[in-house]
Design a protein around this ligand. Structure first.
Ligand code: ARG
Length: 459
């Protein structure tokens, strides 16, 4: 038989294959709250402007409340023949309240309805994710405050570069996440307009009040062009970029956790809660959560590229292609939620091995730059010359199998006669980090101040 919602001109129903490829109820039922929220606002508006009666509106409100309770209780009969969340709910409503249910769709189309639902869903996701990002930032700031003075190697090319502090390293991620947070806020601000009332594509002849529904649903106002309203999904693409970027930051952190927990590094220990064992090798402690954070980042990037690819060939306005916007959005939001929770947990439990970090911080001639800077400061040597002298001293130390502070004064003076005992004072890791007091530098003093600032901002 033909479709109960749109089947007027059809003699026969769709083939099983048509139904299978067409139906979205398997995934878009996730938007049931948003769909009901939108319908309630629409019905209230229809009654307010006199398109439907107050009695019809009351019946719709009650019917939708009942449906919400049934869905919540897990006892709603989802029907694939009814394609999607919109028609499942509307058909059910009509089955339970009759005529009034059939009036709900006046001045509305599934095209503006779905555009609305996805926006509401994304907006809720942004709010939830933002709170989670802040939570991870708090965990990182707490670790930073605790380890403002814990020295560790700073790397470029994953080669020892200069000593930094563990707290400074944590705060680097706080900065990245703070930008992710502001990107989410920006995305929210830009998408916060209601498409409801754009109807199929052209607007409607009914005297709908789009400002009223927009306000009732927490939007800043209605969208300004009906074609754009039903055809655009850039808000979803932007959201996916926010997710992919944030996940990328988490993934870089996860990569560091994988490196740091490797016993050859031994920089940090993860808690048992965030490690797994091996089914065959009894000694193993694997950083699986970190690996999965890194791994899941791929699907978020994939969702972004997937949606952009879906949109790029679409003329205005609605095409069924756009039904493909949802799964990527849901999947990205759900996986980012998991990743943020995992990183928050790992950070909170993570135990830096302070002695090991400090020892590693001094390895690899990491204070060579401090030596060169000393030559510039004390001997007024041009930096490029100081770089060469220092390079020769590093070669000497390497040949002796010692570090720079292991060279005798005579050996130092053999390369540069102006060097005095005082030079040894700048070769320690502690002196090196303490000297990095430039704004944004790694000195413990700076890190303590920055951690305190963040603590206040995130309170
Ligand atoms: N399930 C559809 C979607 O997700 C709803 C909109 C359907 N509109 C239409 N004209 N077929 O896009």
């Amino acid at each position: 038989s033909s479709n109960s919602q749109w089947g007027g001109r059809f003699a026969a129903g769709p083939s099983a294959i048509m139904q299978a490829i067409n139906a979205s109820i398997g995934f878009d039922r996730k938007m049931w709250r948003q769909d009901i929220q939108g319908s309630l606002a629409h019905a209230a508006m229809l009654a307010h402007v006199g398109i439907i009666s107050a009695a019809d509106e009351a019946a719709i409100r009650e019917g939708l409340g009942d449906i919400a309770r049934r869905i919540e209780a897990g006892d709603f009969p989802w029907d694939e023949a009814l394609e999607d969340i919109h028609m499942n709910i509307e058909a059910r409503l009509t089955a339970s309240i009759g005529e009034a249910g059939k009036r709900l769709h006046t001045g509305r189309s599934r095209n503006d309805q779905v555009a609305l639902d996805v926006r509401l869903w994304v907006r809720d996701a942004i709010d939830g994710l933002s709170a989670q990002v802040e939570d991870v930032m708090r965990a990182l700031v707490a670790k930073a405050a605790q380890h403002a003075g814990t020295t560790m190697p700073g790397f470029t090319h994953l080669q020892p570069a200069q000593p930094v502090t563990f707290g400074h390293h944590m705060l680097a991620y706080v900065e990245m996440l703070s930008r992710d947070l502001s990107r989410l806020a920006d995305c929210r601000r830009r998408m916060n307009e209601s498409p409801l009332g754009a109807a199929a594509l052209a607007g409607t002849g009914f005297p709908v009040d789009r400002h009223m529904t927009a306000a009732a649903l927490g939007f800043d106002g209605p969208t300004r062009n009906s074609l754009d309203s039903v055809a655009s999904r850039d808000f979803a693409a932007e959201f996916l970029f926010c997710c992919a970027m944030c996940a990328t930051h988490l993934s870089r952190f996860a990569e560091e956790v994988v490196i740091w927990t490797n016993p050859y590094f031994g920089f940090v220990k993860l808690s048992d809660a965030f490690t797994t064992g091996s089914s065959i090798m009894p000694q193993k402690r694997n950083p699986d959560a970190a690996e999965l954070v890194r791994g899941k980042t791929g699907r978020m990037t994939g969702a972004l590229v997937g949606l952009l690819t879906v949109l790029k060939g679409l003329a205005l306005t609605y095409f069924k292609d756009m039904q493909e916007d949802k799964e990527g959005v849901f999947d990205a939001a759900e996986n980012l939620t998991l990743c943020l929770a995992a990183v928050g947990g790992m950070v909170r439990d993570m135990q830096p091995d302070v002695a090991r970090l400090q020892q590693a911080a001094g390895a690899g001639f990491s204070t060579a730059t401090d030596l060169a800077d000393w030559l510039v400061r004390e001997l007024k040597m041009p930096f490029r010359d100081a770089h060469h002298v220092t390079g020769r001293l590093v070669a000497r130390a390497e040949a002796h199998g010692c570090d720079l502070a292991g060279l005798t004064l005579a050996e130092l003076q053999a390369e540069e006669p102006g060097i005095t005992e005082a030079l040894y004072g700048v070769l320690t890791v502690e002196a090196s980090v303490a000297s990095r007091t430039s704004y944004g530098g790694t000195s413990p003093e700076n890190v303590r101040r920055m951690a305190a600032e963040w603590q206040e901002r995130l309170a």
